[in-house]
Write a protein of this length. Structure first.
Length: 230
């Protein structure tokens, strides 16, 4: 198990936590299970993980606060939120604070496993290839998940921000359909994920704003285009 991807699971429900941990270990993952937000924070400070699975409603420190604390230390690790609140506000709060994905309770265990596999497939190959894209005055370093601009502090990107901007760079000045983006980066296409995509687009626009020759154009009802002036 020493070479297995390591997962931090923070879930206070004893029954659900046991089931998730057991299923993840059967699937070949090493799991560190903590039952409150403070314990989860301490575990992340002391160890390194390949992915985090955090419940939203936690004692001692709620999931959003734990998410924030992890993001202060690590902008890159994929974070999946577990929430019993099937509301747009709860989901978008997670994405705005740096979550990469969410799973609504009750959920099928295979759904969680599928989402974890999607992230690990994308993060593990990063060590095997280095790519940089020039976007006018910016340079996207996909290996280190950094957006660089001379004279400015490097902008750290989350896993999903990096994947999204890389996709735009690969299809520069071309419209990319919303469903294509969601299916290739989020793994599926649904309403809540579509709203989260809008949040990520807003973040990228903010990062790229200093260069007025770059624009992410919204083609309503179709998709988005990264327009870069010559």
């Amino acid at each position: 198990m020493s070479n297995s991807p390591k997962i931090l699971l923070v879930e206070d429900d004893e029954s659900l936590g046991f089931v998730i941990k057991d299923n993840l270990e059967v699937a070949g993952y090493a799991v560190e299970w903590k039952k409150n937000g403070r314990a989860g924070q301490k575990a992340y400070q002391e160890e390194s993980f390949d992915i985090c699975v955090l419940d939203v409603m936690l004692p001692k420190m709620d999931g959003f606060s734990l998410l924030h604390e992890i993001r202060i230390k690590d902008q890159y690790v994929p974070i999946i939120m577990l929430t019993a609140k099937n509301t747009q506000e709860d989901v978008l709060t997670g994405f705005r604070n740096g979550a990469d994905d969410y799973v609504i309770k009750p959920f099928d265990m295979e759904e969680l496993l599928m989402r974890i596999r999607v992230f690990l497939k994308r993060t593990i190959p990063r060590d095997q290839k280095q790519r940089c894209y020039q976007i006018r005055s910016f340079e996207l370093d996909t290996d280190n998940l950094l957006l660089r601009r001379e004279g400015s502090e490097d902008q750290k990107l989350t896993e999903r921000e990096g994947l999204l901007l890389e996709l735009f760079c690969q299809q520069l000045n071309s419209v990319i359909k919303r469903e294509y983006i969601l299916e290739n980066i989020w793994g599926e296409n649904d309403y809540f994920l579509g709203r989260s995509l809008d949040v990520f687009i807003s973040r990228l626009r903010k990062y790229l704003r200093p260069d007025d020759g770059i624009e992410i154009v919204n083609h309503h009802g179709v998709g988005f285009k990264l327009v870069v002036k010559a």
